[in-house]
Design a protein around this ligand. Structure first.
Ligand SMILES: [Zn+2]
Length: 159
């Protein structure tokens, strides 16, 4: 597993860290080497989210999100964005390519593995599809998450 991915998993909500490790390992086994999965974004702080929201609004650039701080599942550590790392160097967001030649797009192999652990793919959304994005079913509504109490480390307390 690549070191960026390991570090990002360590900051996710504690309840999903082990599961994410399993998911990533399974994805990598299934992709057989040429392509490997990398988590490019996991937990995003409120400040980081507010900065993204400002892009294309009060800061130069294109708009990248409609979510302010606290309005993204990333802010609670229940969402990840991925890319595929090809030959251990080149990042790819190609969702169609079948690098391991097993007749299933590598990206979709990952989608199926995430789904088997109860993670929803942003590519299945009806509007504003978000192809790199996955979040944990049942814990992917920011309005609900925003109302929950947080522990000393800032993670929402789930039962
Ligand atoms: Zn995302």
């Amino acid at each position: 597993m690549d070191t960026h991915t390991i570090k990002r998993i360590e900051k996710m909500h504690p309840s999903v860290r082990d599961e994410l490790q399993q998911i990533i390992n399974l994805c990598n086994e299934n992709l057989k080497g040429k392509a490997q999965i990398r988590i490019t974004q996991g937990l995003r702080t409120t400040e980081e989210q507010n900065h993204l929201y400002a892009l294309g609004r009060t800061l130069p650039g294109k708009k990248v999100t409609n979510a302010k701080g606290g309005q993204s599942v990333h802010n609670y550590g229940f969402a990840v964005d991925i890319c595929l790392l090809i030959d251990n160097k080149e990042a790819s967001w190609d969702t169609k390519k079948d690098w391991d030649n097993d007749q299933v797009a590598d990206w979709y192999e990952c989608v199926k593995i995430f789904a088997s652990f109860g993670w929803e793919w942003g590519g299945n959304w009806k509007k504003n599809k978000d192809l790199p994005h996955f979040d944990k079913k049942g814990l992917n509504n920011w309005r609900t998450l925003a109302k929950m109490k947080k522990d000393a480390n800032g993670y929402v307390i789930i039962k």
